[in-house]
Design a protein. Structure first.
Length: 237
């Protein structure tokens, strides 16, 4: 049995460019996904919604389709959209998709939205940020301390768009009873730490209370961007 809960709220700009998707599939699998439209360009909200609508259409119409094909279809949808509306030519979005199939989670990821995996008192990152600052950390050019103050934190190296190539990350892992998966846009995880997420999960048996606690914590801090989260709890029937 799967339980889900979510929130998605506008930041300072007044228009929410994040989108979420929570969808049982016809073949018994379950889909959750999140997209964060790029700020600074026209059409961030259109990009995130188009990405998730395309994901849903492809996985519902073609259950056996693999992630690489689905993400390619998303890019093709962007190309078609920008041909129709050239003013949207620079729109883009992150895209993180998770399919639950029996007791396994399958993830595909582009951008800097994060998926955390909670089990008992532990928390793991199941995605890796595709950002300039993360690459500099990987290359040991920046220390963690310097990275916190790095002035180009939000520069994406991979994004879904009509005009750029992207790099898709894929992974799979087993789920145990009471495991929780939580997807965060950067406007959310920048204001709440992994440790705080873990501690709030341990304090809240009900996922709605858990997510409400996260939202309250975020809203007690200085909000700069749209903030969105989707949580899923896995239990065998």
């Amino acid at each position: 049995m799967l339980k889900t809960s979510s929130f998605s709220c506008a930041g300072r700009k007044g228009k929410n460019q994040d989108s979420i998707l929570i969808e049982p599939l016809n073949d018994g699998r379950f889909l959750i996904a999140i997209a964060d439209g790029m700020g600074g360009h026209i059409g961030g909200d259109i990009a995130s919604e188009l990405a998730l609508n395309t994901v849903k259409r492809e996985l519902v119409s073609h259950p056996g389709t693999n992630f690489s094909v689905v993400f390619d279809r998303v890019q093709q949808a962007f190309i078609q959209k920008t041909k129709q509306e050239p003013e949207l030519s620079k729109m883009g979005t992150t895209l993180t998709v998770c399919i639950i199939d029996k007791n396994k989670a399958h993830i595909a990821h582009v951008g800097d939205t994060r998926l955390y995996h909670l089990r008992n008192s532990g928390i793991l990152s199941r995605t890796k940020d595709q950002t300039e600052v993360q690459k500099l950390l990987d290359d040991k050019v920046l220390s963690k301390a310097r990275a916190k103050k790095y002035h180009r934190k939000n520069i994406l190296l991979s994004v879904m768009s009509a005009y750029r190539e992207y790099e898709i990350q894929e992974s799979s892992f087993e789920l145990h009873n009471s495991d929780r998966l939580i997807l965060f846009t950067d406007g959310a995880y920048s204001l709440v730490s992994k440790r705080e997420v873990r501690d709030l999960s341990l304090e809240n048996n009900d996922i709605k209370y858990f997510l409400n606690s996260i939202q309250s914590l975020i809203e007690s801090r200085e909000i700069k961007d749209d903030y969105t989260a989707v949580v899923l709890e896995f239990n065998r029937i």
